[in-house]
Design a protein. Structure first.
Length: 112
């Protein structure tokens, strides 16, 4: 009788230990997946950070600032005259195509 009780108790304890070990193993696997995805996000963020640093250096350069002042603000150096030319279609074919578009298409291009 004591042997049977001891055997049942040992089986219950063994099952309890197996269940806990299984849960721990699954938890570790999930944490490993989280770690892998986090490392991937970190490497992506690092590469984006490097790209942004290079872009920042480019934007802070005098050549870039001068280019933006000339193009966006229509500014020039002292002594220069800024001339703004209207954009004209380069070929007669483009002018003809522009005229032959239906009105609905012209309106669509305006709003898009």
């Amino acid at each position: 009788m004591k042997n049977k009780l001891f055997a049942y108790l040992a089986i219950i304890i063994a099952i309890f230990i197996i269940i806990n070990l299984s849960r721990s193993t699954l938890g570790l696997l999930r944490k490993g997946e989280v770690l892998t995805s986090t490392q991937k996000r970190l490497s992506e963020a690092s590469s984006e950070n490097e790209k942004l640093k290079k872009e920042l250096q480019e934007v802070q350069s005098k050549a870039y600032i001068e280019k933006q002042a000339r193009e966006k603000l229509n500014l020039g150096k002292t002594g220069e005259i800024v001339i703004i030319m209207p954009s004209i279609p380069s070929s007669p074919l483009e002018r003809i195509q522009e005229k032959t578009l239906p009105n609905w298409r012209k309106w669509l291009e305006i709003f898009i």
